[in-house]
Design a protein around this ligand. Structure first.
Ligand code: HEC
Length: 124
């Protein structure tokens, strides 16, 4: 339901302009970086969105599964954020057998949502 609503809101004509304005605001202020991290955490933990806790232990998340590795020391292990974006966009490129859903390719998450989650991952 929430998803349908979000999709409807985004198909509205002014949505791209609004998104640009928001992005410009984020880029301009350090508070923007903070809110991208908070938004990324929300998306990562949301059972209807990233749903990362189904498979990954993540600091601050409840009832994690252990199908994937614990997500920690991310910034040290993946200094290049593009690598994380690629993993989230489509992990089957690195590992065709992976259990991890191709969030970008399957449009489970938008590029902007993936970017916010990567900001959050880099704080782990
Ligand atoms: C259905 C299970 C599943 C879900 C859901 C899932 N992952 Fe994964 N993830 C995995 C598995 C399994 C791996 C191990 C690598 C592989 O299979 O290619 C992995 C690997 C990773 C890696 C690389 C970690 C490393 O140490 O190499 C990152 C980063 C990652 N996942 C982030 C996420 C994020 C963020 C989400 C939520 C948006 C997510 N995953 C959702 C199963 C999952």
């Amino acid at each position: 339901m929430l998803r349908d609503h979000a999709l409807t809101a985004f198909s509205h004509k002014s949505a791209p302009l609004l998104a640009l304005a928001l992005l410009a605001g984020f880029a301009a202020s350090p508070a923007g970086a903070q809110s991208a991290v908070a938004e990324g955490q929300k998306l990562a933990f949301d059972r209807g969105k990233g749903n990362c806790l189904t498979c990954h232990v993540i600091k601050g998340g409840d009832l994690p599964g252990t199908i994937g590795p614990e997500l920690k020391d991310i910034k040290a292990r993946f200094p290049d954020r593009n690598e994380l974006v690629a993993i989230l966009f489509d992990e089957t490129r690195r590992n065709p057998q992976t259990m991890m859903p191709p969030f970008g390719r399957n449009r489970i998450l938008t590029d902007k949502e993936i970017s916010a989650i990567v900001d959050f991952l880099q704080t782990l």
